[in-house]
Design a binder for this molecule. Structure first.
Ligand code: F0G
Length: 435
């Protein structure tokens, strides 16, 4: 059986050629996923090969994504790969954050160490490789910022023309600046993320542009490498929980698929529980999973609001996959307020680690889940920090100087604020101030 695309809808499960340019099932509209025949898997040999590749200087082996390509063998020819040495992100211990989160220990898998500063690079190298192997010339995405920064970099590095559509005024300058610097043709559209996505899907088809949004199944394949590398770094010892923020829900879908496949081929012996944390003002998946399943069904939110702009999404495309992965891993969905996210972020900063606002939802959620007794105090927890601290410096400055306000204009308390101190040009006065 060759790699193929399959409809994720259990009532359909139609199969398509892996190289067909489709983003949804042509029969039923369901989400698509890549499927492989893993019957010849050799988990022990693979583990050894993956370790050896770390010592090999070829670009493909140095990539923390392509090193694990046996688990996503959709490319006929790896010559199409553009790598910027993505992945290879550290797992960091943070005692202060553990204490804040109500845990005895915590480990952060920090995806902000990626070439463009977010986890999107793990998926983008895969999506861009598929675009090149299909012979595409132009690629497009709608983005709250990180996807566009990543796509711009991988497209430009690989000789593809990047087209970016972003909600006007709603992405951080750090991310917009990256898209411009990496040479993307950038459209700021007067609409929200969900509305723009609908627009771009029509345009992609009409103009023959390849879509690299998270609906693209190959990006999900690349993002599986985040949990594969995590398990490799932990010597294949599975944690009790993996906690991550949720927006469009592509990442949790990728984690779940990667974990299931690792278990299927015998790389790991059990599944960790997955916890997704959303921002309270943008939490349609939380609402669905806590109240809607079997009752109201999934309901999109028309006016999502959060300062964590990366996860300001009211109509997450991947919710059916995310639901399946949460249910399969006996996981949970939590949500956190603007204040909770801001404070958790400052605590992660004080650990000397730092992250962007959306990433801090992980720790904010953990704090609530330990308080509620859902996560044990002594549990082995890996929280994923999805983006780099420098993605949104404006937010940081406002928080520490007490100027941050929630979208509904309530002030955010600078609980862990750290204001810069105005100082005169005078050694004695400065000595006094230093104390
Ligand atoms: N954290 C960060 C920093 C993100 O940029 C995103 C998504 C998420 C978490 C949520 O991940 O969508 O897979 O559930 N950013 C997208 C973007 C939507 O366009 O950059 P998800």
């Amino acid at each position: 059986m060759h790699p193929h695309l399959a409809c994720f809808n259990p009532a359909c499960r139609a199969r398509f050629d892996i190289n067909q340019v489709i983003y949804n099932c042509p029969n039923c509209g369901g989400l698509l996923e890549a499927q492989y025949d893993f019957r010849g898997a050799e988990p022990a040999a693979w583990k050894k090969t993956w370790r050896e590749r770390r010592m090999d200087n070829s670009p493909l082996s140095q990539s923390g994504v392509w090193r694990y390509r046996e688990l996503f063998p959709f490319l006929e020819d790896t010559m199409q790969v553009t790598t910027l040495r993505e992945g290879n992100t550290p797992i960091l211990n943070a005692p202060l954050a553990a204490q804040y989160g109500g845990l005895t220990r915590i480990a952060f898998k920090h995806q902000g160490f990626n070439p463009t500063g977010s986890f999107k690079d793990n998926g983008m190298t895969a999506g861009a490789a598929q675009a090149r192997s299909l012979g595409m010339k132009r690629v497009a995405c709608v983005s709250t910022g990180n996807t566009s920064a990543s796509m711009a970099a991988y497209a430009s590095a690989g000789g593809l023309a990047p087209l970016i559509f972003i909600p006007h005024g709603n992405i951080s300058y750090g991310k917009l600046a990256q898209a411009l610097e990496y040479g993307a043709k950038t459209f700021q559209v007067e609409a929200n993320f969900d509305q723009i996505l609908a627009l771009v899907r029509v345009l992609a088809e009409r103009l023959g542009i390849y879509l690299l949004n998270s609906i693209n199944p190959f990006r999900i394949e690349g993002q599986k490498s985040i949990v594969i590398e995590m398990m490799d770094q932990r010597n294949w010892h599975v944690p009790d929980w993996i906690v991550l923020p949720g927006g469009n829900l592509g990442n949790v879908s990728a984690f779940g698929k990667g974990l299931r496949e690792m278990k299927q081929v015998g790389l790991i012996d059990k599944l960790p529980r997955l916890a997704v944390v959303q921002a309270e003002g943008s939490s349609p998946f939380y609402e669905y999973m806590t109240e809607g399943v079997g009752k109201t069904g999934f309901r999109a939110q028309t006016n999502p609001e959060t300062l964590a702009t990366a996860i300001k999404i009211g109509d997450p495309v991947s919710w059916p996959k995310a639901q399946f992965e949460i249910e399969t891993t006996n996981g949970i969905v939590e949500r956190a307020t603007e204040q909770e996210i801001a404070d958790a972020k400052a605590v992660i900063g004080r650990c000397g680690i730092g992250c962007e606002p959306a990433s801090a939802a992980s720790l904010a959620g953990i704090r609530k889940l330990t308080a509620a007794g859902v996560i044990d105090r002594d549990a082995d927890v890996v929280a994923v920090l999805t983006g780099n601290v420098l993605k949104d410096p404006d937010y940081i400055f406002k928080y520490h100087t007490g100027q941050l306000r929630a979208p509904n204009d309530t002030p955010i308390n600078a609980t862990f604020g750290n204001k810069p101190i105005m100082a005169p040009n005078d050694a004695d006065k400065l000595a006094e101030l230093i104390g």
